[in-house]
Design a protein around this ligand. Structure first.
Ligand SMILES: Nc1ncnc2c1ncn2[C@@H]1O[C@H](COP(=O)(O)OP(=O)(O)O)[C@@H](O)[C@H]1O
Ligand SMILES: [Mg+2]
Length: 367
């Protein structure tokens, strides 16, 4: 297993800075996902690790060995970095059978034939491709082709797996199946993995850590639970979670010696924010952290049901209050109807706050 260390990595294309001074260490055996909107620089980072793109500045080390250094003018070619690549487009040879595609890398390396046969058969079996050895890629479904690409990566035994949106061309059901395969593959091969996706669910499901990028810069790299519960800033908070987190702008005020958040649609006691009295902030609450009931009650705030969106195991209820729509996640089904008056209960501890100007999360010392 090899650690990947990236320091001050920068790549420009003409006037565009695709990757901006990226510093990141991927632990040996880790599954790290680069997540962010289209164009934020994910593919460029992966291609620089692979050696398919020459950075403008910075340094990359794989397993302690420097494979790129701008200051030392050092560049190790892709074939000598010990990395395996899988792309969205599968990139299989159309004129080769499944077996030939998977064996190709080993043939180049002149692996002994008996050994090669055995390794290829094992990789094919591992990816559930038995019986398909003699088919050509165009005779297979997208999911099967991607399994071939994964088998090809596995058989070469690289220390590092690099995968760029490998599941994006597959339909929803197959994507979930293949997530399982990729997770198994990572566990089996124990290869350090950098995985690129714009799909947050995929990132949260697969990764030991998620690294969120915005416009070429790394915003936050942390385990999935942490990125969901303690996003570093408003960009991450808003990008992660479906439906999106509820954001309510307001101010921290003091009344009768107690500290409150005062937003136009919501007021909450916030004793942990006493040091921030007077500050403009944004309160953020996940849809599953709001309870709704019919009628009025104590410290709850009322609103009108704007939409009811059932999705089988859960229902998203949109509640309108003072011109603002709140997304509320309810387990299972609900008998609520559009136009009904409901009250929303906010658990103060579940609400997180961001600075009004920079949008950085305010650390209140609580989970
Ligand atoms: N070969 C290239 N030539 C010019 N611009 C590029 C090239 N590759 C990427 N870019 C630009 O760099 C930025 C980052 O691209 P990319 O790494 O592909 O993002 P992502 O994979 O996150 O969608 C984008 O603005 C993209 O247009
Ligand atoms: Mg990309």
């Amino acid at each position: 297993m090899a650690m990947i260390e990236i320091e001050g990595l920068t790549k420009r294309f003409g006037g565009v800075t695709a990757v901006d001074r990226l510093t990141l260490a991927v632990e040996a055996g880790e599954f790290l996902t680069l997540l962010g909107p289209s164009g934020c620089g994910k593919t460029t980072v992966l291609r620089m690790i692979a050696g398919l793109e020459v950075p403008d500045a910075g340094e990359i080390r794989i397993g302690g060995k420097t494979v790129f250094s701008a200051t030392r003018g050092l560049f190790v070619s892709p074939g000598k970095r010990g990395v395996g690549l899988v792309f969205q487009s599968y990139a299989l040879w159309p004129h080769m059978t499944v077996r030939q595609n998977v064996a190709f890398g080993l043939e180049i390396r002149k692996v002994e034939p008996a050994r090669m046969q055995k390794d290829v058969s094992e990789a094919l079996a591992y990816m559930h491709l038995e019986g398909m050895e003699n088919r050509y890629p165009q005779q297979m479904s997208g999911g099967q082709q991607q399994r071939v690409a994964l088998a090809r990566m596995l058989v070469a035994g690289p220390e590092v797996f690099l995968m760029d949106e490998p599941l994006s061309n597959l339909d929803a059901k197959l994507r979930i199946e293949m997530r399982v395969e990729i997770k198994r593959l990572h566990r089996e091969a124990k290869a350090t993995t950098v995985y690129v996706t714009h799909d947050q669910t995929e990132a949260l499901t697969l990764s030991s850590r998620v690294a969120v990028m915005e416009e070429g810069r790394l915003v936050q790299a942390t385990p999935p639970r942490e990125i969901y519960r303690r996003p570093a800033n408003l960009f991450v908070a808003d990008f992660i979670g479906s439906p999106t987190i509820n954001l309510i702008p307001g101010k921290i005020v003091q009344k009768n010696g107690r500290t409150f958040f005062e937003g136009e649609a919501l007021s909450l006691p916030t004793p942990a924010l006493a040091a921030h009295v007077g500050a403009e902030v944004t309160a953020a609450v996940r849809p599953e952290e709001i309870r709704i009931e019919t009628g009025e009650s104590g410290d709850a705030v009322s609103g009108e049901v704007y939409a009811v969106l059932p999705a089988g195991s859960e229902t998203i209820v949109q509640v309108r209050r003072k011109g603002r729509i709140f997304n509320v996640r309810v387990m299972g089904e609900t008998s609520l109807n559009i136009g009904e008056i409901v009250c929303m209960q906010f658990i103060p501890e579940a609400v997180i706050f961001f600075q009004g100007d920079q949008g950085n999360r305010i650390d209140t010392g609580q989970e």
